[in-house]
Design a protein around this ligand. Structure first.
Ligand code: ATP
Length: 466
């Protein structure tokens, strides 16, 4: 594979209810730690391969060691990383991420988040550099980003800067010094998520939950000294500003991936399902573009989720996708069709074992059956273009609407100012007229007064000629 994305599958144990319904029957047969045989709806066997398959007896620590350890050590070196859990409702995404509880669970059941936090602070504890760790926690529901550490911020915008890369503008960032502080805050975020969901009458599986840890080493106030010889006798010492490096670890517990037909959704639930499917397929397209290396363009801008993950998926970063599956035969078709789409290994592996023409034929068949999708196919590109064009048009319409409003406001303001000016001019004109009339009548009054004064008295004051 040409990228740093690993795709793994995890089958959870059968639930009590599933055992009651189907006994011990499961929808797969183990082959090895990378492949399994899946029985499809027609009871035909199909082999699937991934970077790793975790069966029901695998421990949380095994999943962590394979998926997360490289990501944590990379983050310490300023390299971004992402861990994503994916799958239908009840498949084990949250269990893999948080275990049964973020704060209270035994070591064996502890999830990826707590393990990442613990390892992060162990590594930082032994580091000689200065560091800071900041935590943010958001969820994406119906393409809106909500701050889980401050529920009043319910429509955050995603921005990009040269210094920070991709960031969520205005999102609460809490500086944390150790793992218990981190877990306390995460637990608060999880509780807030539940509060918000109750307020909005939602189920947790309808939103994507995103935990973001930013690890910064050094700062602009960090100075290191270097010495160099100017000539034989003179050793000069200069200070250089150590450049701060930041590594991000993003963990994502995705919304459930169930099909719309299965949920019988309508109204808001249907909108939710459509939005979830759209963002999951945007994520699928990004992962596909990164793993097949066929596309020059990686469509990060197609959803809020992929935009947030832009600098933590692909490029120099490292990512792991954990596809969580129910082992129950009743959930099998859904568990797998989606995962196969996300499995970048099938075709390359087939190429190793089969003739090139046969693989091409199979790939064509897979595409026709919708088992995999071709990121370069005309219809996909058309769809993406259509989506982008529609989005552009609606953004332009919105901008035109806003401009119209501004023009109207300015016209109204202008009209008010014109009226004020007219009124002021009228008052000034009246004042001038009043003043002229007043001085004319004052002069007339003076003249009338003078007429009463005897001429002899007036003469010394020059009022009448001698
Ligand atoms: N590997 C596992 N071992 C033991 N129990 C598990 C495992 N995975 C999941 N479970 C149990 O299965 C149930 C469903 O799991 P979980 O809540 O993690 O599903 P989910 O995919 O996150 O669902 P949702 O999308 O609704 O949040 C829970 O009771 C959980 O404890």
């Amino acid at each position: 594979m040409s990228s740093n994305v690993s795709v793994c599958v995890r089958f959870r144990p059968l639930s009590h209810k599933e055992r009651k319904a189907n006994g011990d029957k499961v929808c797969f047969k183990r082959l090895d730690s990378e492949s399994f045989v899946f029985k499809d709806e027609r009871e035909e066997d199909v082999i699937f391969s991934f970077d790793k398959v975790f069966y029901e007896d695998v421990q949380q620590s095994d999943v962590y060691n394979f998926l997360a350890v490289p990501i944590v050590s990379d983050a310490i070196n300023g390299i971004n990383g992402t861990i994503i859990t994916y799958g239908q409702t009840g498949a084990g995404k949250t269990y893999s991420m948080e275990g049964p509880s973020i704060l209270h669970c035994n070591e064996q059941k502890t999830g990826l988040v707590q393990r990442v936090v613990d390892e992060l602070f162990v590594c930082l504890g032994s580091s000689a550099s200065m560091w800071t760790v900041k935590l943010s926690m958001v969820e994406i529901y119906l393409e809106k980003v909500r701050d889980l550490l401050d529920l009043s911020k319910d429509n955050l915008q995603i921005k990009e800067s040269k210094t920070q890369g991709i960031y969520i503008s205005g999102a609460t960032e809490i500086s944390i010094l150790n793992s218990s502080e981190a877990l306390e805050n995460l637990s608060q975020g999880i509780a807030n998520r539940a509060v918000g969901e109750t307020q909005m009458n939602l189920a947790s599986s309808r939103s994507h939950c995103i935990y973001i840890f930013s690890v910064q080493f050094g700062s602009t106030s960090d100075e290191s000294w270097i010495s160099y010889a100017v000539n034989q006798d003179c050793l000069k010492q200069v200070s250089i500003l150590a450049k701060a490096t930041t590594g991000k670890i993003i963990l994502v517990d995705l919304a459930g991936s169930e099909k719309v037909e299965k949920t019988g959704a309508e109204g808001r639930v249907l909108d939710e399902a459509k939005t979830i499917n759209k963002s999951l397929s945007a994520l699928g397209n990004v992962i596909n573009a990164l793993t097949t290396g066929k596309q020059n363009h990686v469509p990060y801008r197609d959803s809020k989720l992929t935009r947030i993950l832009q600098d933590s998926l692909g490029g120099n970063s490292r990512a792991a996708l954990l596809c969580c599956c129910s082992p129950s035969p009743s959930n099998a078709p859904e568990s797998l069709t989606k995962h196969i789409k996300a499995s970048p290994k099938i075709i390359p592996e087939l190429r190793l074992s089969l003739k090139e023409e046969d693989v091409d034929l199979l790939e064509e068949l897979f595409l026709q059956e919708g088992i995999i999708f071709d990121p370069n196919s005309i219809s996909d590109i058309d769809l993406v273009c259509q989506d982008t064009a529609t989005e552009e048009i609606s953004l332009l319409m919105q901008a035109v609407g806003e401009l119209k409003e501004t023009v109207q406001e300015l016209t109204d303001e202008n009209e008010m100012l014109r009226r004020d000016l007219e009124a002021a001019l009228e008052i000034a004109a009246q004042a001038q007229l009043g003043a002229a009339a007043a001085s004319a009548s004052a002069a007339a009054r003076s003249r009338a007064l003078l007429d009463f004064v005897p001429a002899a008295l007036r003469r010394p004051f020059g009022f009448v000629p001698d």
